[in-house]
Design a binder for this molecule. Structure first.
Ligand SMILES: *[C@@H]1O[C@H](CO)[C@@H](O)[C@H](O)[C@H]1NC(C)=O
Ligand SMILES: *[C@@H]1O[C@H](CO)[C@@H](O)[C@H](O)[C@H]1NC(C)=O
Ligand SMILES: *[C@@H]1O[C@H](CO)[C@@H](O)[C@H](O)[C@H]1NC(C)=O
Ligand SMILES: [Cu+2]
Length: 384
């Protein structure tokens, strides 16, 4: 009887939400919302309430028109001149490139450190704002729920290559797999997918990648004229959509990450991957599901537009994790101020400052912890 009810219930929800029935992570969101409302009632956050908060949606739940509006806005950002000075970054040609440069020059501060989650939250929000204010986009930043498509990412509304996707795979070019630093065999190499060449379908088929590469990739890519990757190096967007990497981003992986890690240290550690133990984690897993150039480059990865949907899902998973115990987790950070604590540094604190270079000035990490009222109420969003 209960089973029948659950079946009927999920059936009716799936009809409402389109073709994707709620999975067990979506159910965690549903059960958390009353806790969030109760917390906000006790701790009001700058006029941000579930009624006023905007909703970031999953790509597959957007209508075709909404998907097209999003990619049009990204193409618009790619058509506007950079703010970044060309003496600082000769490869920064467009407003889209400005964001790539900011990520490149701050990579070693904002990964495997106390800044990782809050900084990327700030970065995404700023990019979403640029799409809206500079390119007339009226929606919000969509996310990519890896779990929905982990079995076959190529056959997804993100990567199927149609005009409503984020463009598809690269042309087939034989290439080696991805080396995972420090991982023991057989996890030291992610076997390659069937792409690797230039993307030839969908909205980004004509896109020019200007910056990078910074790292040695598995692909044959023209090296950047500058060692720091900031030189001008125009080339096609390459991808290798890789289901071998997606195996670590299933809904079960996401669910376990959220429910089995009860402090910020372990939550972030498992999310970012424990390479020495052969665990890639959902962060690297998602990046390497797209891979290619610049998607597979730790520094330059925001140069593939899918980056922002991947990191929106990272931000969503953090948000869901925070909601499981807001009293403890809303303002809980971990790790030190330097990547991998190298060189050694003190534990990060909520008073630490972080910025987006020329795009946005210093804010306290504390101001980035809540999507419901952070940045003096300018952060006010939820994920569906
Ligand atoms: C790509 O560029 C060609 C030539 O300029 C143009 O005809 C075509 O519409 C462009 N395609 C997309 C998806 O922007
Ligand atoms: C939330 O965290 C607090 C502080 O660590 C703890 O006392 C409480 O039991 C937790 N609540 C739940 C529901 O886990
Ligand atoms: C830094 O944080 C870790 C847990 O993330 C904790 O075990 C350690 O005691 C902290 N160090 C200092 C100096 O507070
Ligand atoms: Cu990053």
């Amino acid at each position: 009887m209960i089973r029948l009810f659950v079946l009927l219930f999920s059936f009716s929800v799936s009809v409402l939400a389109g073709t994707f029935p709620p999975d067990k992570v979506d159910e965690l969101v549903a059960t958390s919302l009353p806790l969030l409302e109760e917390y906000l009632a006790r701790n009001p956050q700058k006029n941000c309430t579930p009624e006023t908060a905007v909703r970031r949606k999953e790509w597959g739940d957007l209508s075709k028109q909404e998907r097209r509006d999003y990619t049009d806005a990204v193409l618009c950002l790619q058509s506007k001149p950079a703010l970044m000075s060309s003496s600082f970054a000769p490869g920064a040609r467009t407003r889209f490139d400005d964001y790539v440069v900011i990520h490149m020059v701050q990579t070693e501060r904002n990964h495997d450190s106390s800044f990782f989650l809050p900084w990327h939250r700030y970065y995404l929000w700023h990019y979403e704002n640029a799409l809206r204010t500079e390119c007339g986009y009226s929606g919000y930043q969509p996310y990519w729920d890896w779990g929905r498509y982990a079995a076959n990412p190529l056959d997804s509304p993100l990567f199927n290559g149609d005009e409503f996707s984020l463009s598809g795979n690269g042309e087939p070019v034989p290439h080696r797999g991805i080396t995972v630093p420090g991982a023991p065999a057989p996890w030291d190499v992610i076997p390659p997918g069937e792409g690797g060449g230039c993307v030839t379908t969908g909205p980004f088929k004509n896109m020019t990648v200007n910056l990078g590469p910074r790292l040695q990739l598995a692909l044959d890519v023209e090296p950047n004229p500058q060692k720091d990757g900031l030189g001008y190096n125009p080339r096609c967007l390459r991808r290798d959509i890789n289901k071998n990497a997606a195996t670590v981003t299933t809904t079960s992986h996401i669910y376990d990450l959220i429910t089995q890690n009860t402090n910020a240290y372990w939550f972030q550690t498992v999310l970012e991957g424990q390479f020495a133990e052969g665990k890639w984690g959902v962060h690297a897993g998602g990046h390497f599901t797209v891979s290619g150039d610049p998607g597979g480059d730790f520094y330059v990865s925001p140069g593939d537009p899918v980056f922002y949907l991947h990191h929106a899902q990272i931000d969503r998973v953090w948000w869901i994790w925070q909601m499981q115990n807001l009293t403890q987790r809303l303002f809980e950070i971990s790790k030190t101020r330097t990547m991998g604590n190298n060189p050694p540094s003190p534990n990060g604190t909520l008073d630490d400052l972080t910025n987006l270079g020329i795009l946005a000035g210093d804010v306290e990490v504390r101001d980035l912890m809540s999507t419901m009222g952070g940045l003096d109420g300018r952060l006010c969003y939820m994920y569906e």
